[in-house]
Design a protein around this ligand. Structure first.
Ligand code: PEP
Length: 254
């Protein structure tokens, strides 16, 4: 976590929470953030679509950023039940997660579609958080580097830069399982991603793009993960649903 990249602590609430839950969580985080005079991290929450407006009102003015978990590649049209990047921007979102492994698995999303979604996000002034990561099977077969590099190259729009793009490395086998790669394994994949960003965007942009780690990050392991040289924060699922845990993870940046 070098000085020139400000850590981003991002919560992916997934399909969790009714209005009262979302509001309580957002209120607790907003209060914590307002009480922080000079936070050394950026904080982001990505509620389900149904809660975005409500959570946005609750955290308004707190300094916590608002995001969504997916968007459609088109800006409007006949796409029943889908949500465009422009609609998210209109609700006050600044970020959107694209290519999460649960979207890739549950909805068959491939790199090309993820790239189109990231392009749509960038075109609507949102920062795309592009998720990549290997399955357990791919890791066991020694294919982690190939898979991560291929997903990065295939999902990253040419228009990407440090202001509109964040990469999240999320080993699929670490998501929601309580298991994490070793610190060395995390760092080596993040360094590979940084190298891939250099080839795609040039050294200056590669040095500035934030690369998050995601997969069973919690208060107990956050400090050492975030301290790794090429880890610039976390994308957090389960632990982002408890204000105390999510805040403790953010405090690990200090
Ligand atoms: C995620 O889904 O992005 C994630 C990292 O989940 P968890 O923290 O629960 O492993």
């Amino acid at each position: 976590m070098p000085q020139n990249r400000r850590p981003l602590i991002a919560g992916n609430w997934k399909m969790n929470g009714l209005k009262a839950d979302g509001q309580a969580l957002a209120k607790a985080l907003g209060e914590q953030m307002r009480a922080e005079s000079d936070p050394v991290f950026d904080m982001l929450v990505c509620p389900p679509f149904t809660l975005i407006a409500n959570v946005g009102e609750t955290i308004d003015g707190s300094g916590i950023a608002l995001g969504a978990q997916d968007c459609h590649p088109a800006d409007k049209g006949a796409h029943t039940a889908d949500i465009s990047a422009a609609m998210l921007r209109d609700l006050g979102c600044q970020f959107v997660i694209v290519g999460h492994s649960e979207r890739r698995t549950d909805h068959g999303e491939m790199d090309q579609e993820v790239k189109a979604k990231a392009e749509a996000a960038q075109a609507s002034d949102l920062t795309a958080i592009i998720c990549i990561g290997e399955t357990e099977h791919q890791r066991d077969d020694g294919k982690t580097f190939d898979v991560v590099k291929t997903q990065l190259t295939g999902s990253l729009p040419n228009s990407s830069d440090s202001s509109n793009t964040v990469i999240a490395y999320e080993p699929v086998w670490a998501i929601g399982t309580g298991r994490t790669p070793s610190n060395d394994e995390v760092q080596e994949v993040h360094a590979l991603i940084r190298d891939g960003l250099s080839q795609a965007l040039g050294d200056d942009q590669a040095a500035a793009v934030r690369v998050l780690y995601g997969g069973s990050m919690k208060p107990e392991n956050a400090r050492e993960l975030i301290a790794l040289p090429d880890v610039d924060g976390g994308l957090i699922g389960g632990a982002s649903l408890k204000a105390e845990d999510f805040w403790a993870i953010a405090e690990s940046c200090t």
